[in-house]
Write a protein that binds this ligand. Structure first.
Ligand SMILES: [Zn+2]
Length: 336
């Protein structure tokens, strides 16, 4: 498990006998909440836990769980997450897997919950990410939470708990997890071969699992090319839009939002939050840009980030944002 949450896990396990039927583990994305939930499940299912309460890792139950076959454990995840590895015959195209946890998945829990445990201990249901329960699935789950069977624990994991129905949240004991200690996170990333772990960790707001995934997907190098383009003193928005035509819109807005945050923050506070490897370029931009205009663009991006899933025309949108960016970072040229 991700070692940095061990103290919090031990604390939860101290109340082993009085654990609630439902727990909601919330916190930023990519910090290891799901690992925490898995480790909690392992500890509750372990037949020979140590004095700390953590799973022993050697008993029959630990073995079953590690191999994904524990009969008293279920994980509910959207099909789009569990299906990634599955291959179809001759590479036939499958219909796109659902990004939601469906009512059928919750209904399948019925027998699991109401039949006595296989190994005589607790039963655990891990739901991750809980905000992907669709409306019907959430309603079906609520019935289970309202009349919880004995020795059954629901562990809900969420980085967007505000999207969960309040009726569900109110049935759960909540536990908030935050970013891990940066030294621990850096050591963890280094051990996994991430180049420039400091940059990766800063860019992904201290969330090590997210930084690792981005590094493995080559996103950090892509980000650097993107920022080099934006730092060009002769920045041309239409040329840039052409270069960036393949970039997913979500990444475009996310990167530019962090970049404008850094320009404003460098100018007003002297700090760089997300892109510490780009200090020279940020200094140059911070000197010539109007900080109020930078902040205005930054706020626009934060606002629009929430509604970018179905843009009418991504290319036109990117062009309009880059034209705004050009006039903000080169105010003199705009006036000329
Ligand atoms: Zn064990």
């Amino acid at each position: 498990m991700t070692i940095w949450f061990e103290p919090q896990l031990r604390q939860v396990l101290q109340q082993r006998g009085q654990l609630p039927h439902a727990m909601l583990i919330k916190g930023p994305q990519g910090i290891g909440k799901r690992d925490f939930g898995q480790s909690l499940a392992a500890a509750l299912l372990c037949e020979n836990p140590g004095p700390s309460g953590l799973a022993c890792g050697h008993c029959g139950a630990c073995g079953w769980l590690a191999s994904g076959n524990h009969p008293d454990f279920r994980a509910l995840v959207p099909a789009s997450e569990s299906d990634q590895e599955a291959e179809t015959d001759e590479g036939a195209k499958k219909p796109k897997a659902s990004p939601w946890i469906t009512i059928e998945q919750v209904r399948e829990l019925h027998d699991f919950i109401h039949v006595s445990t296989h190994r005589g201990g607790s039963k655990i249901i891990l739901i991750c990410p809980a905000e992907t329960l669709n409306v019907n699935a959430a309603n079906a789950l609520l019935k289970n939470l309202e009349e919880p069977p004995a020795r059954t624990h629901f562990i809900l994991i969420s980085h967007r708990p505000h999207r969960l129905p309040p009726t569900i949240v109110s049935r759960c004991r909540q536990l908030s997890l935050g970013q891990p200690d940066p030294r621990m996170a850096l050591g963890w990333l280094k051990a996994r071969g991430v180049a420039e772990p400091e940059v990766a960790l800063a860019h992904y707001s201290g969330a090590p699992l997210r930084a690792l995934a981005a590094s493995e997907a080559g996103e950090l190098q892509e980000r650097r090319d993107f920022l080099a383009l934006l730092s060009d003193p002769h920045f041309d928005p239409l040329h840039a839009a052409e270069v960036l035509r393949e970039l997913p819109l979500e990444r475009f807005i996310g990167w530019l939002q962090k970049w404008t945050c850094d320009i404003a923050s460098r100018r007003m506070l002297g700090d760089i939050r997300y892109n510490p490897d780009m200090s020279a370029a940020l200094d140059a931009l911070a000197r010539r840009a109007d900080p109020r205009e930078v902040l205005r663009l930054h706020r626009r991006l934060v606002r629009e980030q929430r509604h970018i899933h179905h843009p009418l025309n991504a290319r036109l949108y990117i062009e309009s944002v880059l034209i705004a960016y050009a006039s903000v970072v080169n105010p003199a040229r705009k006036a000329a």
